[in-house]
Write a protein that binds this ligand. Structure first.
Ligand code: GRF
Length: 204
């Protein structure tokens, strides 16, 4: 399966997917990385791994969301991608784009959905007094941070945690479950020994 990854920034989840997919036994190839921001650090990281990567800046399409996404779609199709992974892609997608990739687009979100959709999830978990927090890989539907859950990993919230300490603990799990969920979604067993606190949905 050829996979296109959409990013907006740092690209650490993208890199986790690239590293996992570089293994012989992984059922997907990362064919293309696209960013909606020209300054996304992840673009260089992708290129260092030999992956085609470039920006289609959303600022060039200011009042033309459809036009921007039509370009994304074209490039994904031209690269023969049949699956899309959102990895820190910070723009809401139009219903038309979501529909054209229905069942073929995954996202990673830094909370245990359905708790804390949207931004600032770690601050929200701390403010809520959550004792357990985590991350979720899910299929993308038209509603932001909804859609069938494919995998989740939980981490403890420790006394005195700052937002960044908690975020780092969650991020380490994101890097484990995203490749794991993708692999499982593509029909291969997906429970590595180092992710004993992560679960994939049996129905996935
Ligand atoms: C991650 O926390 C991801 O869950 C969220 O945005 C962040 C992206 O980080 N959707 P990175 O670009 O993958 O490093």
């Amino acid at each position: 399966t050829r996979v296109g990854i959409l990013i907006s920034g740092r690209g650490s989840n993208m890199e986790a997917l690239i590293r996992a997919a570089a293994r012989d036994d992984f059922p997907a190839t990362i064919a293309l990385v696209l960013s909606n921001r020209a300054d996304a650090a992840g673009l260089d990281i992708a290129r260092q791994h030999g992956i085609a990567a470039h920006a289609i800046p959303s600022r060039d399409f200011r009042n033309d969301r459809e036009g921007h996404e039509a370009r994304l779609h074209q490039e994904l199709i031209a690269a023969n991608c049949s699956l899309v992974c959102l990895a820190g892609y910070m723009r809401l997608l139009t219903p038309a784009f979501v529909q054209s990739w229905a069942g073929r687009m995954l996202n990673i979100h830094p909370s245990l959905l359905p708790s804390f959709p949207g931004l600032d999830t770690h601050a929200k978990a701390l403010a809520a007094g959550s004792r357990i927090h985590g991350c979720t890989v899910h299929l993308v539907t038209e509603i932001m941070d909804e859609g069938p859950i494919l995998a989740q990993a939980a981490v403890p919230v420790l006394p005195g945690d700052t937002e960044s300490e908690l975020g780092a603990r969650v991020l380490a799990q994101e890097h484990i479950i995203y490749p794991m969920a993708l692999r499982h979604y593509l029909g291969q067993p997906a429970i590595p020994a180092d992710a004993s606190n992560a679960l994939v949905s049996p129905c996935a």
